[in-house]
Design a protein around this ligand. Structure first.
Ligand code: ZN
Length: 506
């Protein structure tokens, strides 16, 4: 290996270590830190993010990249060297456009806004959070302007998270989804009696739920030698390297889905990171391809696997012996139907597969409008409520169950939300190919065998880390760029059958 490559890798390793140290402090802030720690923690995070930014954007990295671009020009596109240089260059160009002051200001504002959002959410009062959000919108705007864009301000932010995708392309995808979802929601509304989910609300011991969920996700393939699970208000997964990939969950006595499906979801994220190649550790390649691709892994395990009939044929007997009182007289088919009940609801993370993307659509629209200045922060709750009414047909009773429900706007990160919908689409597109490659997948799931599925994901998605953009990855794995068709076909078939909707309409 050349000297330049060794020198570049040494710098990138330091930058990675600083970011992982920040991630560790963020994990602690979400799980165990006492409320009094906020001020000092904001300072620490701001310092770490600034140092890693300065180290990464120095002239030395630019010089090394130039030398290496010559050296690696003949290497295959997917080789370690070519990929490292290509992806580092992309990050470098973007980060160079942001001043250390702006980066540190964004980190500080995000960390400081977090407890303000929590308080506002607790008190269901958007006015408490509005000043912090105004500040974050302004910082998002400054970041977009510093990076630059041709057409839409949102493009600049989107490209940081979902490289290669534009705001216009997203609008086309959302329009296609809306056209398919809205009539399906209406059809389901005419057949609500077909699915009964009362069994999910019978009161389940929280500690037993957490134990059952953790045991289940290790059976899927989440490795506890390199992971752990804790409790947090907002479930997430995070990594500090290949040997330490953590998940958090939350649990409700009164609603079964929260803990189990939340844990499956987060373990989907964590299995992705546990599967990234060790050979690309401590470089910018050691991460998911994008938030959307990351979400494809969590949603694939949570929904395409965890909400399938085969999955419950396997797991229901052990669930029933864990909760014999609640599940007496219930069978796997009834339980499978219960966990798939579809109805318009207020909370995105609890939304069923059909209505979920409408929740994302409205956030994408509102972020865009705030960024472009056509929507004032003070008018956000009203805009939120009226859009929920128009897309989902329901009234929002308070800000906690409305505009304040998600943590995302407490940090400076517009452009992340669309990834949730992209994840659904990418997951379904991958699954179509997985089913072609593993024809007896359902039989394997029913037998509790997940190794072939995880192996497929490891080989085609996980091990590559960030080597490829979402579309490059999809083309390599499925032969096609991103498309909405497989997801639309999947929900129409599954929910058409569940709700007995006539095939003519489906
Ligand atoms: Zn997720």
């Amino acid at each position: 290996m050349s000297d330049s490559l060794e020198q570049l890798k040494a710098i990138l390793a330091e930058v990675t270590d600083l970011s992982r140290a920040a991630a560790m402090l963020e994990w602690d802030q979400e799980t165990y830190m006492p409320p009094g720690g906020v001020a000092a923690r904001s300072d620490q995070l701001s310092t770490l993010h600034r140092l890693s930014h300065i180290r990464f954007t120095g002239d030395e990295v630019g010089r090394l990249l130039e030398e290496l671009e010559d050296e690696t020009s003949g290497k295959p596109f997917d080789s370690y060297e070519a990929s490292l240089v290509r992806v580092t260059r992309r990050d470098y160009e973007q980060e160079r456009k942001l001043s250390p002051e702006l980066v540190s200001e964004a980190a500080r504002a995000s960390s400081a806004a977090r407890p303000v959002w929590e308080q506002a959410r607790r008190e269901a009062d958007f006015k408490i959070f509005a000043p912090a959000l105004e500040k974050n919108v302004e910082l998002n705007r400054q970041i977009a302007d510093a990076i630059g864009y041709q057409d839409r301000r949102y493009d600049a932010l989107l490209d940081r998270y979902e490289p290669g995708l534009t705001t216009g392309e997203l609008e086309t995808i959302f329009a296609e989804l809306k056209k398919a979802i809205v009539p399906l929601v209406a059809d389901i509304a005419r057949h609500t009696d077909a699915v009964d989910d009362r069994v999910l609300y019978l009161g389940y011991d929280p500690a037993a739920q957490v134990r059952y969920a953790l045991d289940l996700v290790t059976k899927l393939g989440y490795d506890l030698e390199r992971g752990r699970q804790d409790i947090s208000t907002h479930p997430f997964s995070t990594s500090f390297g290949p040997g330490d990939v953590r998940i958090t969950t939350r649990v409700s006595r009164d609603f079964f889905n929260e803990c189990l499906f939340g844990s499956i979801h987060e373990s989907g994220h964590a299995m992705y990171n546990q599967g990234i190649g060790d050979d690309i550790d401590r470089t910018p390649l050691w991460a998911g391809a994008s938030p959307g691709v990351h979400e494809s892994q969590s949603r694939l395990w949570e929904n395409l696997v965890g909400r399938s009939p085969a999955f419950w044929k396997h797991f229901f007997p052990s669930l029933r012996s864990t909760f014999p009182d609640q599940l007496r007289g219930v069978d796997d088919e009834a339980f499978f139907r219960a966990v798939n009940r579809s109805y318009p609801s207020l909370i995105r993370v609890e939304a069923d597969e059909v209505t979920y993307n409408l929740h994302v659509l409205l956030r994408f629209e509102l972020e865009n409008e705030m960024l472009e200045g056509t929507l004032k922060v003070k008018d956000l709750p009203e805009a939120w409520n009226s859009r929920v009414k128009s897309y989902l047909g329901i009234d929002v009773p308070n800000d906690r169950e409305g505009v304040l429900q998600d943590i995302h706007w407490s940090y400076v990160g517009f452009g992340v939300f669309p990834g949730y919908t992209l994840g659904n689409l990418i997951g379904a597109q991958l699954m179509e190919k997985i089913r072609a490659d593993i024809p007896d997948l359902d039989a394997q799931i029913e037998a509790g065998q997940f190794a072939a599925l995880l192996g497929w994901l490891r080989k085609n998605v996980h091990r590559h880390g960030r080597k490829f953009t979402p579309n490059e990855l999809l083309e390599r794995a499925t032969g096609k760029p991103l498309e909405a068709g497989p997801w639309i076909a999947y929900v129409q078939k599954k929910f058409g059958a569940l709700y007995g909707i006539k095939a003519a309409r489906v």
